[in-house]
Write a protein that binds this ligand. Sequence first.
Ligand SMILES: Cc1ncc(COP(=O)(O)O)c(C=O)c1O
Length: 383
Amino acid sequence: MKETSHRVSKAPKSAIRELFDLASGRPDVISLGIGQPDFPTPEPAIQGNIDALKKKITMYAPTRGVPELLELIEEKMRRKNKINTNWKENIIVTNGASQAVTLAFASLFNPGDELIISSPNFVSYFYCALFFGVKVIEVKRNKDFSPNIEGIRNSITPKTKAMLINSPNNPTGHILSSTELKDIVDIIIEKDLYLITDEVYENYVYDGLKHISPASLDGMFERTITVNAMSKLFSATGFRIGYAVASKAIIDLMEKFHQYTVAGTNHAAQYGFIEALKMGIGFFKEIWESFNERRNLVYNRLKEIGFNLVKPHGAFYMMPSTEKFNLTGSQFSQRIMEKQAIAIVPGNIFGSFSDNMIRISYATEIEKLKEAMNRIEKFVLKL
Ligand SMILES: Cc1ncc(COP(=O)(O)O)c(C=O)c1O
């Protein structure tokens, strides 16, 4: 048989999914690997989806998305993100933020282009780049996980096409400050680059910090692709509904790729998102408070246990170092699963500079988190 795709073969199976496989069917396992909130999807979102199906909305959706949904996203972008768009030109509904990222790659890059990413960072970016023949230039984050602005500047070559940011960040929990964002934006404009900004955790922001959308800043709309989804805010990762916001020229390209690869997004689910957006954000207060409490609990316990770690200000992850225990992140992850039935994602899947780290998700109920911290303590004491 002839060889199959080199690019796709090179990508490993998702380590996070493998961890879930290991944990499945084992009731003793507590998973700290989870990438979705444990709160239920709000009822209006579910009902919107059901009603649409009952009305037999089962045919292909308009390629860019249902107009009523596009209008609501336009309004949300204006209100929450301070970005003025025209829904007829600047928005496309996608299969989750994941596909919005894919569309960003499809519309911007040619093989050989370079993309700058602060590392560690979300795992999918690395493989999307591989699939589109894009060379990722990883710039190691500073010790507090802030971006290394000088490092970014020095990494730019004539082949650099874009930078990709994700703030609040998975896996580090870092939120870009207005100064860090300004430094990044200055580079983007000065060097004539594009910016892809993945904002799926925009509501998971703590300690009085603010999420700023770069496309709202002067001179940035035309060169920015903003990626978002209903997944994390509405605890609805299985709806597979996201969106991308960009200039007309970029959305036109995305529409073509979307048309010929997926022919649209789940039609009925878009009505679920319509009802979710109409609800407003009031429902999220309780979730935010719970996540903030979990964040403080996990951070304080890990500190007490002796981990070196940075307190995250956003998303629902933190990234402690395992170096002090003379274990790589992978060794730590494997052994704690064996000995204490805790599922933790090793840091090395998030890039080249996090071999001696683990990623802990605190999107799990508080009693389980307390028990998980006790088990981690027992494990560490026996090392
Ligand atoms: C930073 C980031 N972007 C995108 C996604 C994927 O989002 P979706 O489920 O909407 O495709 C995730 C999921 O964990 C994520 O953490």
